[in-house]
Design a protein around this ligand. Sequence first.
Ligand SMILES: Nc1ncnc2c1ncn2[C@@H]1O[C@H](COP(=O)(O)OP(=O)(O)OP(=O)(O)O)[C@@H](O)[C@H]1O
Ligand SMILES: [Mg+2]
Length: 382
Amino acid sequence: MNYFTFHRPDLAADLCNRLAGKGLVDASSGLFLSAPRRVGKSTFLKEDLIPEAIRRGWLPVYVDLWVNKDRDPALLIADTLKVQLQLHEGKLKKAARSIGLSKVIVMGALTFDLSRPGLPEDITITDVLEELHNRTKQPIVLIIDEAQHALSTPAGVTAMFALKSARDKLNSSDADRKLLLVFTGSNRDKLANLVLNRTQPFFGSGITPFPLLDRNFTNAFTTWANASLAEGNKLEEEGVSHAFSLVGHRPEMLRDLIGQVAISGEAGNLTSLIEKGADINSRLWDEFESEFASLTSIQKAVLQVLILKGAPWSPFAEESMAAYRAITGQDTISTATVQTALDGLRDRSLVWRESRGAYTLEDQGFAEWFKHRRILQISSEN
Ligand SMILES: Nc1ncnc2c1ncn2[C@@H]1O[C@H](COP(=O)(O)OP(=O)(O)OP(=O)(O)O)[C@@H](O)[C@H]1O
Ligand SMILES: [Mg+2]
């Protein structure tokens, strides 16, 4: 089967309007998009948001902070901007390059070396962005994918502050915005750190949940997949949509699952296969299984109570504490122990704490898996 990409031009246009300060929601201080892992954030940025930005005459600059987790986020940002400067250098400098100064960037009176990582001490990210704008005369839309990762190093945090001051500086002089910022994150808690805390660079901005692919996607996917499936082995939109929500709105897992079902000639029975559950051994569920197995017993108990109680759920209520004791078989469990367990679950992006302090599951698919697993266990015990 060929690669299938579903486009969301309307969503891209809407988000660009927000960035430009047009439309109902104003994201001119920065657009913060969060969604769980593997739901298509990066694909959307590259396939839809960047093309829309280009159509509007903006200069998109994309940095993925996860491309190399060992590399300091600040360096990744600086180096991407340097490459952009080089791409947009004037004719004079191109001439200089032709006589052998190939690795040098000239910025006003300053020159610096492209082959050395980062920026020299006397040049800031704001300088570089300003220079890039002067060269291109285009509004720059800087897209930082997995931006929460910047908080993992002091230099990364400093880089975020630098972006904020660059934004304030570049956007101060007139109504036209010269620097637009987009940040995405697959850990809401961590991304929220950039905006919730007074000491953090983008304090006061809001987090926008990145809209997950929906029924329009699954319908288009169904049509696309059916085109290469034999008569009598066709998918139904309803079943595909249901399967998609079971795998937590993750396109590649849907592809795997549908692939397995289609190969065995059972595409038409997708819905009943899902209901039976047993035959569908999706990779996601294997992942959940091993993730769950690696938790401590108190973490397992806390997660289990959260899933079975559903929101709103109070982790320290006596009822919850009694449930942990029953599950773990321990006579006493302190609230500090529960807090540590919750922190551990948050670190692993299993549980999310809303700013109001309520806890919810990061990925609803986990609850589906858990309930399914429980049904299997109960039926095998009987
Ligand atoms: N619009 C789409 N149409 C078809 N397939 C898609 C679409 N968006 C994402 N996918 C597929 O889903 C998978 C995950 O996509 P992507 O890497 O964009 O997600 P992500 O949310 O950025 O993941 P991560 O959390 O790992 O950064 C990829 O295999 C991609 O091909
Ligand atoms: Mg991504």
